[in-house]
Write a protein that binds this ligand. Structure first.
Ligand SMILES: Nc1ncnc2c1ncn2[C@@H]1O[C@H](COP(=O)(O)OP(=O)(O)OP(=O)(O)O)[C@@H](O)[C@H]1O
Ligand SMILES: CC(C)(CO)[C@@H](O)C(=O)[O-]
Ligand code: BAL
Length: 278
């Protein structure tokens, strides 16, 4: 039985008697198969799964898509029901920010200022602020996040480590459409032409990841993106697995952000760098 609740009082009442572990999957709604995989992983881990649905104003810039972000609560609750979720917490803005716009927020640190943080100033501060609140409100023992938002996941891990929060963070690999496009709520903004052009992102990452030499991997991915006129690259970066400088040898990450039409998409893949790598 899935319950839809909207207030923090309802949430406190619902979680208080839970005997075992509580798992949370935080979302902004417009749920798709990627979110469902997170829910399934959460269900494997805990009997009591909470899905939060909240389009957090604090993590959107003034010219971003906060107003037009898809809001599909009824279908979202149905998806949660099908996945055996116990509780859907869909709070209002006032319920999450009862004191109004908070004057004290999370500082996302240096990792919060690169890549997505450079393109979306304040985004990670707003994201971490709401994640911390939702962890506290749901009293989660374990929280599941997707690798699709790789820098977000890294920052949440960092926050939990640095602030010694008593919660486990579980990462889930990116779920893709059969043709490679990373699933994303924002994919529903794409026209048919945009949708076709957007495939260049995953194609570029896949091709890049076949190379073990960092400049060669970057050049291969760059060429594929440059060959697709429907894509305007925001950044393409090759980093270490911790988003620092790429190591001479070992695990790395190739990350891309780009505009396709008026839609901004992100994606990333793991790759192995260095001589001797496969
Ligand atoms: N394709 C995916 N594979 C794995 N996890 C995903 C995928 N898409 C989203 N998630 C995860 O679901 C959680 C909620 O994300 P969110 O609601 O922002 O969805 P989204 O599809 O990423 O939306 P957006 O298009 O706005 O970026 C995050 O932990 C995110 O990383
Ligand atoms: C983690 C999150 C739900 C916080 O608003 C959001 O950034 C998202 O959906 O990835
Ligand atoms: N999926 C990450 C949340 C955001 O784009 O604001």
């Amino acid at each position: 039985m899935t319950h839809l609740i909207h207030t923090r009082d309802q949430l406190a009442t619902a979680v208080a008697p839970v005997p075992g572990e509580i798992a949370v999957v935080m979302t902004m709604g417009a749920l798709h198969e990627g979110h469902r995989v997170l829910m399934r992983e959460a269900r494997k881990r805990a009997d009591f799964v909470i899905v939060t649905i909240f389009v957090n104003p604090l993590q959107f810039g003034p010219n971003e898509d906060f107003e037009k972000y898809p809001r599909t609560l009824e279908a979202d609750v149905e998806a949660c029901r099908e996945e055996g979720v116990a509780l859907v917490f869909a709070p209002s803005r006032d319920e999450v920010y009862p004191t109004g716009a908070p004057s004290i927020t999370m500082n996302a640190g240096p990792l919060g200022g690169i890549l997505e943080g450079a393109s979306r100033p304040g985004h990670f501060s707003g994201m971490l602020t709401v994640v911390q609140k939702l962890l506290m409100l749901t009293r989660a023992d374990v929280a599941f996040f997707g690798e699709k938002d790789f820098q977000q996941l890294a920052l949440i891990r960092r926050m939990v480590a640095d602030l010694e929060l008593d919660v486990e963070i579980a990462g889930v690999p990116t779920v893709r459409e059969p043709d490679g496009l990373a699933m994303s709520s924002r994919n529903r903004y794409l026209s048919a032409d945009d949708r076709r052009a957007a495939l260049a992102l995953s194609r570029a990452l896949r091709e890049g990841a076949t190379h073990t030499d960092a400049p060669v991997a970057l050049a291969a991915a760059t060429k594929i993106l440059a060959d697709e006129p429907g894509v305007r690259v925001d950044y393409l970066a090759l980093t270490g697995a911790d988003l620092g400088d790429p190591p001479p040898a070992g695990p790395g990450r190739l990350l891309v952000a780009a505009r396709v039409g008026s839609t901004r998409l992100i994606d990333n893949v793991a790759l192995t760098l260095g001589a001797g790598a496969a």
